[in-house]
Design a protein around this ligand. Structure first.
Ligand code: ASP
Ligand code: MG
Length: 401
């Protein structure tokens, strides 16, 4: 018995049948004696479709009007889902983000939740109504509707769980939980019972698209335990929490990120301040740099190589050319690369993880271009054509069949 927040993504409510399925999950939870607050996203591809519609009319539409448009997707799903719950004979009320008290920053399209005024939510819960809240939206100080950025409903759910001190926050999706690798591609990928916030953040940034990053950051900040589980199969999912028990395994996941470009600059002056100038320039342009490698200088020059996301690659090259007086032929930008990473909080105190990873790559004749490590991950940069093979080989090394 307690207060449970349940979030359902677009695919979980994509059509009438799925809406009824979700209504059944919610009312089962309620019937067991819990209060339930539901957060729901727009049905299926609704948000993408709305964006397309806008483009047909005005590709340069203002962000304010885009938010006015996009928030409508979630308005449809809260109403339909509430109707489904009514049909099952349970007390329910739907609320838009602003009705649920979501105060956000004014940045249309990428608003941040500033606070949640919980009075209304609290009153509805006290009346034992099932509350169905529109995810991904709020109201800014101008009383205008805002959205939280794509995939923002996860964050709405975690924020409500934190503000209402919920006993549990369940994020239902179309996968069964967090896996050690993409289960559609890697044989023997295993569902994790538990994972830490930091590991989840690494996996999320590295492309395991189960939870929106910001929601994990928020869950960590407010110490909200989040369960990721399937809305289609009723089996336990993966729990994301501060300290997760080690199921003997040190590596929680192997991931691939193909949104990478490698920029190599040869023969830049071997003076103090060169790296500073270059990365300051990139930072000024808001370009995030990931792996950095600098060669030992010889004679008067040295080489620097770094990676950025593909969309930033051309601008990064330009920034370097603007900063240094070097010939264009000394810069190489390679977009045909991929980053393969192993993630696990325990590896820090266990030597051998890196060598095991490298061995698996070597045995499969896959060349490593760059390496970077942190406390909880080891990443290598390789040729994009080897990426899937590399993930499977590395996963096999840590999870033999
Ligand atoms: N409907 C929004 C989107 O597609 C929010 C969400 O799904 O979480 O980005
Ligand atoms: Mg969506």
């Amino acid at each position: 018995m307690g207060l449970i927040v349940q979030k359902f993504g677009g695919s979980s409510v994509a059509n009438a049948e799925r809406v009824m399925n979700v209504a059944n999950i919610i009312t089962d939870t309620y019937r067991q004696g819990n209060d339930v607050i539901v957060v729901v996203s727009a049905q299926g591809d609704t948000t993408d479709d709305l964006i397309e519609k806008a483009k047909e009319i005005n590709p340069a539409a203002s962000k304010r009007e885009m938010d006015m448009l996009l928030t409508s997707g979630e308005q449809i799903s809260i109403a339909l889902l509430s109707m489904a719950i009514e049909k099952l004979g349970f007390p329910v009320v739907s609320l838009l983000g602003w009705q649920a008290g979501f105060n956000t920053s004014s940045a249309y399209g990428t608003a941040r939740i500033k606070s949640i005024k919980t009075d209304r939510l609290r009153a509805e819960v006290d009346r034992h109504n099932i509350v169905v809240v529109a995810g991904f939206q709020g109201l800014n100080k101008y009383d205008d509707l805002t959205t939280l950025g794509r995939g923002g409903s996860d964050t709405s759910a975690v924020a409500i769980a934190a503000a209402m001190h919920a006993d549990r926050c369940q994020i239902f999706t179309d996968v069964e939980g967090v896996f050690t690798a993409d289960p559609r591609k890697v044989e023997n990928a295993k569902k994790l019972q538990e994972i830490t916030y930091d590991e989840m953040l690494e996996l999320a940034t590295l492309g395991a698209q189960v939870l929106n990053n910001r929601s994990v950051e928020m869950a960590k900040k407010y110490n909200v335990e989040v369960e990721v589980l399937s809305s289609l199969k009723r089996v336990p999912g993966t729990i994301v929490k501060e300290v997760a028990k080690m199921e003997k395994m040190l590596v929680r996941g192997v991931t691939k990120d193909t949104d990478v470009a490698r920029i190599s600059i040869k023969k830049i002056p071997n003076n103090p301040g060169v790296a500073f100038k270059m990365f300051a320039k990139l930072a000024q342009k808001k370009i995030n740099v990931d792996i950095i490698l600098q060669s030992v200088g010889r004679d008067d020059t040295k080489d620097i190589t770094f990676t950025v996301s593909k969309e930033n690659a051309d601008e990064a090259v330009k920034a370097v050319l603007d900063t240094f007086d070097i010939e264009e032929s000394n810069i190489v930008c390679d977009k045909e690369v991929a980053k393969i990473s192993v993630v696990g909080a325990g590896m820090e105190s266990h030597p051998g993880t890196a060598s095991k990873m490298f061995e698996a790559l070597y045995e499969n004749d896959i060349n490593i271009d760059m390496i970077s490590t942190s406390e909880i991950k080891i990443s290598v940069l390789i040729d994009i054509k080897d990426a899937d093979r590399a993930v499977s080989a590395v996963h096999r090394a840590f999870y033999p069949a």
